[in-house]
Design a protein around this ligand. Structure first.
Ligand SMILES: *[C@@H]1O[C@H](CO)[C@@H](O)[C@H](O)[C@H]1NC(C)=O
Ligand SMILES: *[C@@H]1O[C@H](CO)[C@@H](O)[C@H](O)[C@H]1NC(C)=O
Ligand SMILES: *[C@@H]1O[C@H](CO)[C@@H](O)[C@H](O)[C@H]1NC(C)=O
Length: 448
């Protein structure tokens, strides 16, 4: 006999999507870079992320647990607990197996999860706490996750980044989903969905979820860590979000909120978190290069994603016209650098694995902009006293434009026919103090 309860259960089983709070957008936070945070700083970062519609932070934690990691986890969770209910922000853990003092041991992973997963501040999927990793296959036994899962009452929702194994490189029985770190272009290519599609094609038949990475750029020059390369960023803040609409992943992870050394931060620059030693010093390429204006486009991009994934979610809208623009302030071939295009083997990067390119072959010398418009507008971008480049017929919604430097130098100015006007630091022909800097200035004009 069909009782009301079984009827409800079977109706729910038919109509509930398997992931009750999929289509979430999270941001990757390097907890090691928050070493001197206090609760006020966590609250401020969380409110900023929530203001731009990010649903939660993925807290990347490296060994050892005692010290910064344990102190900062506690503060971050306290900060989320204290939020008003109008801010539905959550946190989840990502165990970093390559950073810090080496691989995590299972007992610590289980203890940390037992401490934080039951928290109301923890991000749950299908009633289970979501847990991720940064790698692990190279220095731990990934089968252990079955035991770890079994040690947490009710289990976990496990979405590791095991990109080193690639799709088909492990059993889908071990996981609930996968996250891919493979999100930057190779050489002079545009960012593509090839890697994302390979993961989705493998995960979907097993009914496992996919978390897609969205990053605005990647540039690092930290010789002490054998890291001195750049990948094409250029238009990624536009292109990758468009690709999210094609791939329609179950989750998006923004990479990152605060990794200053790799230049892909979108959160506020926090000076104690910027690498600053004689042989690993990101200060020169991070100081003065706020990326927070990239956050300004997020409410639109996130709404577009959620609406495309689930039509019952509101379609994206633009309240006020704005233009978010970014560029490097010198041509890519100006100045001295040991930085290479791609993560290729060089004297400053002994562990490279890709083909080497000149930076100028990988990066485009252009000013890039996203225009969010309430109705049709015209945009102009000019450099110095040169002729402005005019972009006619931009439409209501989101638009992407760019103009090459074309050898021009001088102050950058952007404007929209609806009134926005912004200026930015000059494009110069030689970088300041002779050393090339491939980080981007990011700014916003109009209803920012
Ligand atoms: C994790 O444990 C839960 C609860 O015991 C179980 O339902 C789930 O299948 C387990 N997950 C994996 C990947 O084995
Ligand atoms: C990158 O994309 C742009 C615009 O879609 C296109 O014009 C260009 O040819 C592409 N470049 C490569 C290397 O595919
Ligand atoms: C790092 O670089 C900055 C800016 O160039 C400089 O002021 C600072 O002294 C450097 N720090 C170290 C430890 O070398």
């Amino acid at each position: 006999m069909l009782t009301a309860a079984t009827l409800v259960a079977s109706v729910l089983a038919l109509h509930l999507p398997s992931l009750v709070i999929a289509q979430s957008v999270l941001a990757h936070v390097i907890v090691g870079n928050t070493a001197q945070y206090d609760i006020g700083q966590w609250t401020s970062d969380i409110n900023l992320a929530a203001k731009y519609h990010i649903d939660g932070f993925v807290l990347n934690i490296a060994t050892p647990y005692d010290g910064t990691t344990s102190t900062q986890l506690s503060l971050a969770f306290q900060a989320v607990h204290a939020l008003p209910t109008s801010v539905p922000f959550k946190l989840l853990l990502s165990f970093d197996y390559l950073g810090g003092a080496g691989a995590w041991v299972d007992a610590d992973v289980i203890n940390i999860m037992k401490t934080y997963c039951p928290s109301g501040a923890y991000f749950h999927v299908d009633g289970k706490p979501m847990v991720s990793t940064f790698e692990g296959p190279l220095n731990s036994n990934i089968q252990d996750w079955l035991y770890i899962n079994g040690s947490i009452p009710g289990g976990i929702y496990f979405v590791p980044d095991w990109t080193s194994l690639g799709p088909e490189g492990f059993s889908t029985d071990l996981v609930d989903g996968a996250f891919s770190w493979d999100m930057w272009p190779d050489g002079a290519e545009n960012a593509s969905t090839a890697a994302d599609s390979a993961w989705v094609d493998w995960l979907s038949p097993a009914r496992k979820s996919y978390m897609m990475g969205v990053s605005p750029m990647f540039y690092t020059d930290l010789p002490a860590y054998n890291k001195a390369w750049v990948w094409r960023g250029d238009d990624m803040w536009w292109r990758r979000w468009q690709q999210v609409l094609e791939v329609l992943p179950d989750f998006v992870e923004i990479v990152t909120w605060n990794d200053f050394g790799e230049s892909h931060y979108v959160g506020p620059i926090y000076h104690p978190g910027v690498p600053n030693t004689p042989t690993a010093n990101a200060t020169a390429y991070v100081d003065g290069y706020s990326h927070q204006a990239w956050l300004r486009t997020l409410p639109y991009q996130i709404a577009a994603y959620k609406h495309a994934y689930n039509a019952s979610k509101p379609a994206p809208t633009v309240a006020k016209d704005k233009i978010v623009y970014w560029y490097r302030n010198a041509p890519a071939n100006a100045g001295n650098t040991k930085v290479t295009g791609n993560n290729c083997k060089s004297d400053t990067n002994l562990f490279g694995y890709q083909m080497c390119f000149a930076v100028s072959d990988v990066l485009q010398d252009s000013i890039f902009a996203i225009v969010l418009a309430t109705k049709s507008v015209t945009a102009t971008i000019s450099i110095g006293s040169g002729e402005p480049t005019v972009f006619l017929g931009l439409t209501a919604g989101i638009n992407f434009i760019s103009r090459p430097f074309s050898g021009e130098t001088g102050k950058v100015e952007v404007s929209l026919s609806s009134g926005a006007h912004g200026e930015g630091p000059a494009i110069v022909s030689e970088p300041v103090r002779g050393v090339a800097n491939f980080n981007a200035y990011v700014q916003c004009a109009g209803g920012c």
